[in-house]
Ligand binder design. Structure first.
Ligand SMILES: NC(=O)c1ccc[n+]([C@@H]2O[C@H](COP(=O)([O-])OP(=O)(O)OC[C@H]3O[C@@H](n4cnc5c(N)ncnc54)[C@H](O)[C@@H]3O)[C@@H](O)[C@H]2O)c1
Length: 357
């Protein structure tokens, strides 16, 4: 089992993580425990989880519908009410078993119920294992704005059992892969090259991929937990990506997944890096080509631009009414706090349209 120490907690990764989890759970033996799942983590992961932890008669399962559209205040209210119905007190433990929606939402619910109860993340998607469940950002969407309500708060433990990924479909795996590619782009050129070549895609290499991504994220977050500076590097691709994701959630019948939207955002923001920080044409092409190999081109058109810009204005990453970006100097090296004009953002969206026609 691999252990990674975070600012105030710990991530454990491997096939034998449940031994450590059972030890941690001893401290909660006499307290109420809830398990938050959606229908897919219920179907594919709950029985394994219950068997491995021996929690059969000792935990209440709360199941919600899957999907980003459920990362809302209404669902929080439903779960807070369930806690009250069961007389959950401040010593209650919430275990979040699911993808990034479950760990973001469950983390927020736990952090705010009775001014905060303990929670443990057991992520079951690639995206949640390498990114969402680690780093202490928890929150919900509001009025179609992504993650605008939330707090920084770490779980007691993050338990990563790569075996859970076996039931994840290819589209969901790729959505997580986008965040891994981002980790390479902002901090580790060799990792980017390995991912680009598909060298870590095989199930035998999942642990290595998960560990590398978490180490990269953790090394950045450790120094800047509340995102005053360096942590902004992790936002590469997310300023435009979140706007595209929010727009898609509102307008598309089959909305983009988080990683798919971020992939579009990373192409646009690589273009901004090219015009603002002299990222070379060769690396811009390498980044664009790689994302277009892994992800189907998403059709955007100029009539969406105003809505994208409006969504970006309200993105929590922007300060003082300016558009603030993390950009790449080169592959493996990111810089944060670069102001970008509306004209440049529009140009980057047009670049995306031009290469996906
Ligand atoms: N907090 C952070 O730092 C952070 C970072 C990145 C992303 N996020 C958030 O994470 C969310 C996206 O996470 P996600 O991609 O995991 O989405 P998700 O939670 O919606 O999971 C994706 C799908 O996979 C299903 N699923 C989960 N586990 C499964 C399994 N083992 N087998 C089969 N199906 C399974 C889910 O039911 C869902 O349908 C977004 O809301 C994003 O904003 C947060």
């Amino acid at each position: 089992m691999k252990k990674i120490k975070t600012k105030g907690s710990q991530v454990i990764i491997g096939e034998d993580v449940f031994i450590a989890l059972k030890k941690t759970l001893k401290a909660y033996a006499s307290h109420k425990k809830f398990l938050l799942v959606d229908e897919n983590s219920f179907t594919h992961c709950v029985s394994e989880f219950i068997v491995q932890t021996d929690l059969t008669n000792d935990i209440e399962i709360i199941e919600i519908e899957s999907g980003e559209e459920n990362k809302t205040l209404e669902i929080c209210q439903h779960i807070w009410q369930t806690f009250l119905d069961f007389n959950a007190d401040r010593k209650t433990l919430l275990i979040n078993l699911g993808g990034g929606v479950i760990t973001d939402l469950g983390g927020f619910i736990a952090s705010t119920y009775k001014r905060g109860i303990d929670f443990i993340n057991v992520p079951t998607t690639l995206l949640a294992q390498i990114d969402a469940s680690v780093g202490g950002k928890v929150g919900i969407d509001f009025n179609h704005y992504k993650n605008v309500i939330g707090v920084f708060n770490e779980p007691q433990l993050v338990v990563i059992y790569p075996y859970f990924l076996k039931t994840l479909n290819k589209r969901q795996m790729l959505s997580g892969y986008a965040e891994a590619l981002k980790h390479g782009l902002i901090a580790d050129k060799l990792y980017w090259k390995m991912l680009q070549a598909g060298l870590l895609s095989d199930a035998n290499n999942w642990e290595k991929l998960i560990e590398t991504s978490i180490e990269i994220k953790n090394n950045i977050v450790k120094n800047d937990f509340e995102e005053k500076g360096e942590r902004k590097k992790l936002n590469f691709g997310h300023t435009i990506g979140h706007a595209i994701e929010s727009h898609s959630l509102k307008h598309d019948q089959l909305p983009l997944l988080h990683g798919e939207a971020i992939a579009v955002g990373m192409i646009c923001e690589a273009y901004l890096s090219h015009i603002k920080l002299n990222l070379s044409s060769k690396e811009l092409k390498e980044i664009s080509d790689t994302f277009l190999i892994y992800f189907n081109p998403y059709p955007i058109n100029e009539s969406f631009f105003n809505h994208y810009l409006e969504l970006m204005k309200n993105d929590k990453k922007n300060e003082n009414d300016t558009y603030n970006f993390t950009l790449l100097k080169k592959i493996g090296e990111a810089e944060f706090n670069h102001e970008v004009s509306v004209e440049n953002i529009v140009e980057s969206l047009k670049y995306y349209i031009s290469i996906t026609k």
